[in-house]
Write a protein that binds this ligand. Sequence first.
Ligand code: PEP
Length: 250
Amino acid sequence: MRRPLVAGNWKMNGTRSSVAALVDGIKAGIDGVTAEVVVCPAYVFLDQVRAALAGGPIGLGAQDVCDRDEGAFTGEVSGPMLAESGCNWVIVGHSERRQYYAESDALVAAKFAAARRAGLTPILCVGETLEEREAGRTEQVVERQLAAVAEHNGAAAFAEGVIAYEPVWAIGTGKTASPEQAQAVHAFVRDWLRARAGAAVAEAVRILYGGSVKGANAAELFAQPDIDGGLIGGASLKAEEFLTICRAAA
Ligand code: PEP
């Protein structure tokens, strides 16, 4: 049985005071939520959020990690630094990193490895653009992104991570994949895992859906057999909306 997981990606949003209010709001409503819940603030708020979450059930993640562990890499943040800051999770390969910062499949695979070296659970994002979907290339693109990680880390490494299927055309656009569209890709990912890493890994790995998930559409997405929760952007910035999504992942 896979425990549902809901992770909030706060992106480059917030101030110290708005982050404090958001964490307080989520903490106030977390009792009774059975899903595992993680929040991913910007680096500069990690320490503040770690302190606010201490002793509670909500996990802490970062939004990115350097593929190297230390050295002359100006502006980067390493896995050991994130671990020391209290993170247990890190998002790798978010489409905004792939699109705006030209992160290649190979770099994302190296970041997945860096996360594991530091004892962090990578949340690996995969997904196609609208153009790729319309060209009938969704599975090909997702398979390419997964294969790069398998080549670098070995397919068994997926057992130590989480996969988030995030169609690029659904992120921050208000357009959500239908439950059937999302389930089809999730089933494809699980079949791919079964073929590459074996049935035990395929059945154990959580595959999240991300892309304009809201309180109003979360339950029908999470009801799909291969959708094990969500990676939530915009809606994770509102405590009540995020909690509604968390409660839908029962
Ligand atoms: C995301 O950034 O991972 C995401 C899913 O964003 P949104 O929920 O805003 O579409």
